[in-house]
Write a protein that binds this ligand. Structure first.
Ligand code: SF4
Length: 488
């Protein structure tokens, strides 16, 4: 593979991924911020537990009290990093937390968030969901001005920008730092016991405000509010910055508006949990609407509709409702595959898919099945799944995808393969159909997808359409190729 042009450094030294993840997309983070709530660490833990789907590689919580910051970070799932004996050490009523998918930046502990530092005005703890599209440009400028980076994460640039701001107040320093950022960010930043929360002017990533026991919280998704027993207040607006101190919320400012808002439509397709509300609409309802549209656009005679669990369950239900074909549980997903399983030395070609899914022979035998998946990225897992379904007796396999072909990389915080690795960037639908070995293949159209959830648009659809709403500064300046950040 031809090497991609990137700033040399730890970012290019990425860890090998677990085999079961070879065809999955990953969001890079979930965040939580808490102000004025007793046992803030426990509440942050609950929030991160609910946000685990947004990042399974590392987790961290920083709390603040009069003794200063208390930090606990580590690799692994939330339940692995925080223990009943370690959590009570994180004292205080202020907390910032983060779950991370660590392909960007490697495995070293310095890349695990919240990023912590001490500067002239206090201790900083910063948690970031998204990806800055001028990261390499900012980093180069900051290094030239004398900054020393500890991590390879784009988020650390924000810490440096705050620390070097010449403004007198912390509010103004935060404000100043944000004006230098381009791309996608939902940020939670604690400076001692004051928590700031900000969304970029296009609002790529979600950030939700809630109320809890006289204090306030911000979280990536509403499912985290539910587990905390917090009340939903509202979504932060694109470009909005708020300050939370002793549980009180003060609007700080709104960043200059972008030409248009561009929340990520892939949050609705795949990333967010179906029990969350994103962009003001139910994720489950959005996926059902995608499934119904898909059934209208690509009908087929079949005996059963099955989902690639779990992310396609809602879309498959929508397809079944619209088509009148019964929904069946034709495939089960193993939920307990961690990154530490032992790969047998006698590997088979479908090993990765078999570690994750198992077909139900009794449902499939002799049937014509419609298989609904949320998206098709590399196509490797789908090829294995089709073989597994046929092996379990399915007579016909008709694949239906609840989103359009993914043809372009994401530069806004979703860990996606590079353009050349995306199956739809080089193959036509007919060619993909042949490659996957299905009887028919149908994608939801771009117009159909946007129309199905029009009430919360307009959206970013760049990975489907190639229409990038925020400037790709690092690409324009030659720090990254248009192939995308991808994986090394
Ligand atoms: S490019 Fe795709 S995944 Fe990335 S923000 Fe836009 S819609 Fe979301």
């Amino acid at each position: 593979m031809e090497p991609r042009r990137q700033t040399p450094g730890p970012r290019s030294v990425r860890r090998a991924l677990p085999v079961v993840d070879t065809d999955a997309l990953h969001d890079e983070c979930g965040v939580v911020g808490i102000s004025g709530v007793d046992y803030a660490a426990e509440q942050a833990y609950l929030a991160l537990y609910a946000l685990q789907h947004r990042g399974q590689e590392a987790a961290g919580i920083v709390t603040f009290d009069e003794a200063g910051p208390h930090t606990l970070k580590g690799e692994g799932l939330v339940g692995d990093v925080f223990k009943t004996w370690s959590l009570p050490k994180l004292t205080g009523r202020t907390a910032v937390g983060h779950v991370r998918y660590s392909t960007a930046g490697g495995s070293d502990l310095d890349n695990i968030q919240p990023i912590t530092a001490r500067y002239a005005h206090g201790h900083i703890a910063l948690a970031h969901n998204g990806n800055l599209t001028n990261h390499y440009d900012l980093r180069r400028r900051l290094v030239e001005e004398g900054a020393i980076f500890r991590s390879s994460s784009d988020s650390e640039a924000v810490v440096h920008l705050i620390a070097k701001s010449r403004h007198d107040t912390v509010d103004a320093q935060i404000d100043d730092a944000l004006t230098h950022l381009e791309g996608a960010y939902s940020l939670v930043i604690a400076i001692d016991d004051v928590v700031y929360a900000a969304r970029d002017p296009r609002g790529f990533r979600p950030l939700v405000l809630g109320r809890k026991d006289g204090g306030h919280v911000v979280v990536s998704e509403t499912c985290a509010l539910d587990i905390m027993g917090a009340e939903y207040v509202r979504d932060l607006e694109p470009g909005e910055v708020i300050r939370m101190e002793n549980g009180r919320v003060t609007p700080l400012r709104s960043l200059p508006p972008a030409d248009r808002a561009a929340p990520c439509i892939f949050e609705l397709v795949y990333f967010a949990r179906p029990d969350s509300r994103i962009w003001g609409i139910s994720v489950d309802r959005a996926r059902r609407a995608f499934g119904r549209k898909l059934a209208q656009e690509h009908p087929v005679d079949a005996d059963a509709v099955i989902a690639v669990p779990d992310s396609a369950n809602s879309a498959a239900l929508g397809y079944a409702e619209e088509s009148g074909i019964p929904f069946e549980l034709g495939m089960l997903r193993h939920h307990y595959v961690g990154r530490t399983f032992i790969q047998p030395s006698q590997d088979s070609r479908d090993f990765g898919a078999r570690m994750k899914y198992n077909p139900v022979r009794e449902v499939l035998e002799g049937k014509r099945v419609v298989v609904v998946d949320d998206s098709l990225v590399r196509g490797t897992t789908s090829t294995s799944l089709v073989r597994m379904l046929r092996g379990a007796g399915a007579r016909e396999v008709h694949l239906r995808i609840g989103s359009p072909p993914v043809r372009f990389p994401c530069f806004y915080g979703i860990d996606m393969p590079t353009k050349r690795e995306l199956i739809a960037s080089s193959l036509s639908v007919d060619e993909i159909e042949e490659r996957l070995g299905v009887d028919s293949l149908g994608y939801l159209s771009l117009e159909g997808m946007v129309e199905a959830v029009a009430e919360a648009g307009p959206y970013c659809t760049a990975c489907f359409s190639g229409d990038y709403p925020a400037p790709l500064v690092d690409v324009e300046k030659g720090h990254l190729t248009p192939e995308g950040p991808g994986r090394c």
